[in-house]
Structure formats: structure tokens, C-alpha cells
Design a protein around this ligand. Structure first.
Ligand code: GRF
Length: 197
């Protein structure tokens, strides 16, 4: 059994797809043992509580240094005996301790085709707005292993989404989620458990 921590900051639709795919039996070897949020108001926390999943709130701003923040996150992963970490809309960088301990056992979903429209500052609506402003015809989503820099690390899966003439950043964001993100994240989890068990 893969004991997963899902880290979130917002709505938690990607968390919800993992919960659903575990319930449906698509992800057979997985259990979400804790949801960690950087934001105590994240709706993702309500989703977790509905399924009886323990929640923890850890905001980088509440810690004096990255080391202390890193220690606090490592403590949680020890308590819940976490095997694998999924960043599903989590907005902070992780510390070196956690990254070393979970080398290639942390994945992230990003709403663009990396290496386009990614890196520091490219979160939320920004990758979509930038893609439209640039005049790109295709965008999408990427799931990748998490290395030290923002949106770095080997790519696991990508899926493209066409940008329409009349797209706004909001309509594009919604389509990227529906057509790419919600499929890619469970599929990547499955790919990885297959590889590592
Ligand atoms: C998603 O677009 C994800 O790709 C990005 O943050 C957003 C999180 O959405 N990293 P949600 O909280 O899963 O609904």
C-alpha cells in the first residue's frame, strides 16, 4: 500500500480526483493518509474532512526559516508514515531535507506544457493568461517529479489542450483542468506505483 500525502493550497479539485480514483478502485494500491495545506481556508481541507482524511496546516510564513519549515513537514511525513507526496496546487517551495528524503517520490501537477509558461510566479491563472497573450495555440498540463527549482524535475506525463480563438484565461483554465489535469494526475500516480512496487 502506498501511503500518500497530498499537499494543497486552494480548491482541491485535483485532490478530489485522486480521492475519486481511489474510491473507484482505479488506484488500488493507494491511501491518502494526510492532506497538508499551506492555507487554513483552502476548500481542499473540507474535501479531505468529508472523507475522514487527517489534515495538517503548515504555512511557510509561520516559520522563521526554511529549515524549521522543512523540519515541520518532515515531522508530519514521519507521523503518518508517508511513502509518497503529491503536490496538487501547493504553492510553496519545499526544503532540501524533504526533497532529499523523498527523492523522486514527490510529484507536482502544473497547468502548462513544461518548459513553457512555468517557473517562479507561474501559478493560478497566470500560465493561462500568459499563454493567450503570447498567442500560443496549444497549452496543457504536466506532471513531473519535484526537484529543487520551481517546476523542475523529470516529466512523467503531459497532455495538450487547444487554445481557442475566444478563450479567456478563465475558460482556458477550466478546460485545462477538465481535459488534462484531472486525467493526468491519477494516471501518473498509477504509472508510478506500477514502477515502484
Ligand atoms: C491546478 O491548476 C494545478 O495544476 C496547479 O494549481 C491548481 C490547483 O487546483 N498546480 P486545485 O486546487 O486542485 O483545484
Amino acid at each position: 500500500m502506498f501511503r500518500i500525502a497530498v499537499m494543497v493550497s486552494g480548491n482541491g479539485t485535483n485532490l478530489q480526483t485522486i480521492i475519486n480514483k481511489i474510491e473507484e478502485g482505479y488506484l488500488k494500491k493507494a491511501k491518502i493518509v494526510v492532506v497538508i495545506s499551506s492555507n487554513k481556508k483552502a476548500y481542499a481541507l473540507q474535501r479531505a474532512e468529508k472523507y475522514g482524511i487527517p489534515i495538517e496546516i503548515k504555512n511557510r510564513k509561520d516559520f522563521d526559516s526554511m529549515e524549521e519549515y522543512d523540519d515541520a513537514l518532515q515531522k508530519i511525513t514521519n507521523i503518518y508514515k508517508v511513502d509518497f507526496i503529491v503536490l496538487a496546487g501547493f504553492l510553496s517551495l519545499l526544503g532540501e531535507g524533504l526533497l532529499d528524503k523523498y527523492y523522486n517520490k514527490i510529484i507536482n501537477i502544473h497547468p502548462s506544457l513544461i518548459p513553457s509558461f512555468c517557473g517562479q510566479g507561474f501559478y493560478g491563472i497566470i500560465p493561462h493568461r500568459t499563454a493567450i497573450e503570447y498567442g500560443a495555440k496549444i497549452t496543457g498540463a504536466t506532471v513531473h517529479f519535484v526537484w529543487k527549482e520551481y517546476d523542475s524535475g523529470p516529466i512523467i506525463l503531459q497532455k495538450s489542450v487547444e487554445i481557442m480563438e475566444n478563450d479567456t484565461p478563465e475558460t482556458l483554465q477550466e478546460r485545462v483542468m477538465e481535459e488534462a489535469e484531472w486525467q493526468l494526475l491519477p494516471k501518473s500516480n498509477k504509472t508510478i506505483y506500477g514502477r515502484q512496487t
